[in-house]
Design a protein around this ligand. Structure first.
Ligand code: ADP
Ligand code: GN1
Ligand code: MG
Length: 354
C-alpha cells in the first residue's frame, strides 16, 4: 500500500503507513510523511460500495458544501487529491482515497462521560443542520435500501431459508427474537410512506467513532465516515448513535449481563442533538426518536445475524462467532429499550418541551 501513498499530493514523502482504527468496512491506514504531516488513507471496500466514483462524488460535494459554512480542515473532512488531481486512486490493489488527518483529536469507542456523548450529539445535530440546504436529489444512493428495515428483515428470512453455511442451528434464539419483531420493522418506513416522516440528508452511520472530538476541550470537531450520507430519516441518525453509544458495553461484548441501556447517556445525547437541530425538526420526527433508537438497534442486530448466517461476507470479523456475538448485544439492547420504553419517551418529551 506504500505505492498508493506516493500517488497523492502529500506534504513530504510517506515514511509510515500502518493499519489504523476500528471501522468494520474500509481498510484504514495512518500515513505520516518525513515532514511530520499525518493523513488517513483508506482502501475503499469495493464489495460494499459498488460504484466508487459515485461514492466519491457524494463525499466531495458534501464536504464542499460543508466547507462553504466552515472552512477549517479540523471541522470538515478534507479529501487530498491524487497527483493527477483526482479524488481517488484506482490501482491493481483496489480503490484508495486520502484525507487530511484531523489533528489533536479523539475518536472514542465509548463515551468517557455524559458530556462526551452530548458533544458527539451536537456534532451530528450540527451536521444535520448544515446539510439541510444541500440538494438531496444530487446525492447518489451509495448502498440502496441502506436503512430500509423491512428489506433487511427480508434478507434475514432469505438467509435463514438458504442456510448456506449450516449456521442456522447455532442462532435459533436470535432468529426467533427477530421474527417476533417482524411487524416493528415496518413502523418507521410506513410512517414515511404515508408522509408522516420526511426524508432529509442524513449521515446514516452515526457511531461515536465516526465523530472526532477536540483532544483538549473535548468539544465536537468533525464528523467523519461520509460514505453513507444519503437521504434518510432523522430518527435513524439519532437511533444509530444511541444503539452504539448509550450501551453500557461494547458492540461485541460477550457477557450480556454487562449490556444495558444507559438512560443518563440517552438523555445526554437527546439534549445535545435537540439543542443543535430541534428547530428544523417536526413534532412527529421528535416524537419518534425513541422508535428510531429501537429500530436501528433491531436492524443492526438483524444485519449482524444475516451476515453470521451467510458466513461473514459483509462486516470485518475477528473470529467465527463475532457477528453472532454482535447480534446478541444488539438484541439485548432492544430488550432493554422495550423495558425502558416509557422512560425513553418521557426523556424526549421533557428535553424537547413538547
Ligand atoms: P469505516 O467506514 O471502516 O468505519 P472510517 O472512515 O470511520 O472507516 O475510519 C476508521 C477510523 O479511522 C475512524 O473511526 C477514525 O478513528 C479514523 N479516521 C478516519 N478518518 C479520519 C480523519 N480524517 N482524521 C483522523 N482519524 C480518522
Ligand atoms: C459499519 O463503517 P462503520 O464501521 O462505521 C456499517 C454500519 C453499522 C456498523 C455497526 C457502510 O459502520 O451500517 O451500523 O458497522 N457501515 C456500513 O458497527 O455498512
Ligand atoms: Mg467508521
Amino acid at each position: 500500500m506504500f505505492n498508493a501513498c506516493y500517488q497523492f499530493q502529500l506534504n513530504g514523502t510517506a515514511i509510515t503507513c500502518e493499519l489504523y482504527g476500528n471501522g468494520h468496512i474500509n481498510e484504514t491506514y495512518l500515513v505520516i510523511t518525513d515532514k511530520g504531516t499525518w493523513y488517513i488513507m483508506q482502501k475503499i471496500n469495493h464489495i460494499v460500495f459498488k460504484d466508487v466514483p459515485k461514492l466519491m462524488q457524494n463525499i466531495t460535494s458534501v464536504t464542499r458544501h460543508l466547507g462553504t459554512k466552515d472552512s477549517n480542515p479540523r471541522h470538515v473532512l478534507t479529501v487530498v487529491p491524487t497527483l493527477q488531481g483526482e479524488d481517488f486512486l484506482h490501482d491493481e490493489e483496489g480503490y484508495w482515497r486520502m484525507y487530511i488527518f484531523v489533528t489533536d483529536s479523539l475518536c472514542l469507542e465509548r463515551p468517557e462521560s455524559e458530556q462526551d456523548f452530548r458533544n458527539s450529539a451536537i456534532a451530528f445535530g450540527n451536521f444535520q443542520n448544515m446539510l439541510s440546504d444541500f440538494p438531496a436529489d444530487t446525492l447518489n444512493e451509495t448502498i440502496p435500501h441502506f436503512h430500509d428495515t423491512p428489506i433487511r428483515f427480508q434478507a434475514l428470512e432469505k438467509a435463514v431459508k438458504e442456510d448456506v453455511k449450516s449456521r442456522v442451528k447455532y442462532a435459533l434464539d436470535e432468529i426467533y427474537f427477530a421474527f417476533e419483531r417482524k411487524e416493528d420493522c415496518f413502523l418507521m418506513t410506513d410512517m414515511h410512506k404515508v408522509g408522516f416522516l420526511p426524508l432529509r440528508v442524513t449521515h446514516n452511520d452515526t457511531k461515536l467513532n465516526n465523530v472526532m472530538l477536540d483532544a483538549k476541550t473535548r468539544k465536537p470537531l468533525c464528523v467523519i465516515d461520509l460514505d453513507t450520507v444519503m437521504p434518510g430519516l432523522v430518527g435513524n441518525d439519532f437511533g444509530d448513535s444511541i444503539r452504539f453509544g448509550a450501551s453500557t458495553a461494547a458492540e461485541d461484548e460477550k457477557d450480556l449481563s454487562r449490556v444495558e441501556l444507559s438512560l443518563p447517556l440517552f438523555k445526554a445525547y437527546t439534549e445535545g442533538f435537540l439543542s443543535a437541530c430541534q428547530e428544523n425538526l417536526t413534532h412527529e420526527e421528535i416524537k419518534t426518536l425513541p422508535l428510531g433508537a429501537k429500530l436501528m438497534t433491531l436492524e443492526c442486530g438483524i444485519r449482524f445475524l444475516t451476515d453470521y448466517i451467510q458466513g461473514d461476507i459483509y462486516f470485518r470479523t475477528h473470529y467465527p462467532e463475532h457477528n453472532l456475538v454482535r447480534c446478541r448485544t444488539q438484541f439485548k439492547l432492544v430488550a432493554e429499550m422495550e423495558k425502558h420504553w416509557n422512560e425513553m419517551n418521557k426523556i424526549v418529551k421533557e428535553v424537547s418541551n413538547l
